[in-house]
Design a binder for this molecule. Structure first.
Ligand SMILES: [Zn+2]
Ligand SMILES: [Zn+2]
Length: 202
């Protein structure tokens, strides 16, 4: 999702809050309601698999957000050196520092990032040489968890008619609308995450 170049820290905080709330809601729904579509003997395993994906995904999320993406070492180049670096396109005017090949200056962080992939507002950080692995792992594992939520959700609401479930109020209007919107948002997020992983595989 592209927010253009001018989003603020407040937008980024809102996006992080949105992700954390969505994951908490999805986990609650999955464990409390949706996992009932699995037979009791399989439920424990499916819940463990789900919790593993969420826990590992969120751990990677935290690391991708908090780790430094990789910044060039600060040096004090001489005037002669600066001229040479400028000629070789290896000088950042804003940082007044050496900028190695494949490093880029990020206008959101106000710093250069080594092997910069992009600045991700969803993790309030650049994705660079040091945190790109965590970025892909969080995308992959949260996508797995999200897809499980969507698939079990669709089955739960549309195909499952076991007596255990039929009388529950959340299968009726207006809660049904809330849950369906929730499933649509979860589905969109999961497929976006999966698309990120696939597009970066090569
Ligand atoms: Zn810079
Ligand atoms: Zn950045």
């Amino acid at each position: 999702m592209d927010f253009g170049p001018n989003y603020t820290k407040t937008t980024e905080r809102m996006l992080v809050t949105f992700i954390v709330s969505l994951v908490v809601c999805a986990t609650y729904m999955q464990l409390r309601h949706l996992s009932k579509v699995f037979a009791p003997e399989n439920r424990l395993y499916m819940n463990r698999l789900y919790l593993f994906c969420v826990a590992y995904g969120m751990l990677c999320y935290l690391l991708a957000m908090l780790k430094s993406p990789g910044r060039p070492k600060q040096s004090n180049p001489t005037l002669a050196n600066i001229d040479k670096m400028k000629k070789e396109n290896n000088y950042c005017e804003k940082c007044r520092n050496y900028k190695p090949d494949r490093a880029h200056h990020c206008q959101h962080c106000g710093k250069c990032t080594l092997r910069m992939d992009h600045h991700c507002p969803w993790i309030m950080n650049c994705v660079g040489i040091n945190n790109i692995k965590q970025f892909y792992l969080l995308s992959l594992f949260l996508a797995f968890a999200g897809i499980q939520t969507v698939l079990t959700g669709v089955y739960f609401f549309f195909f499952d008619h076991t007596p255990e479930l039929v009388d529950h109020s959340y299968k009726k209007f207006p809660m049904l609308i809330f849950y369906l919107m929730f499933l649509i948002v979860s589905g969109m997020m999961s497929f976006t995450l999966l698309a990120i992983v696939i597009s970066h595989m090569n």
